[in-house]
Design a protein around this ligand. Sequence first.
Ligand code: AMP
Length: 125
Amino acid sequence: MAVDPTAPYDSENIFAKILRGEIPCNKVYEDDHAFAFHDINPQADVHILVIPKGAYVSWDDFSEKASDAEIAGFVRAVGTVARDNGLVVRGYRLLGNVGRNGGQEVPHMHVHLFGGGPLGPMLAR
Ligand code: AMP
């Protein structure tokens, strides 16, 4: 179901459960502000999700309410995950879905990191 990016944070969402260790994941990275794991339904050879540890529904919520330290930590973590997974030389794609038009399904802010091969057109037509 599409996420309402203006709704209050639901602490029972699946990524919140992953952060609390209640649901397993294939973890690739963790620091004070961010957590990253492989997507359960990969759309590319490499498909990693990077999420902030804070309770933010979407990019909109995160960009408005997160502290400078959380935002800087998250951006640094995305870059670190890309480098650590060998994605930089051949290139990669970052994607953030927000709300219904964006196709966001999980109401915890996340970015998708795709790589491992040519990724095709930016958007499906
Ligand atoms: P979005 O449409 O941007 O909200 O993307 C949500 C992503 O979360 C999808 O690509 C799902 O495959 C992925 N996903 C959902 N549940 C899990 C899970 N338990 N572990 C890893 N990835 C998940």
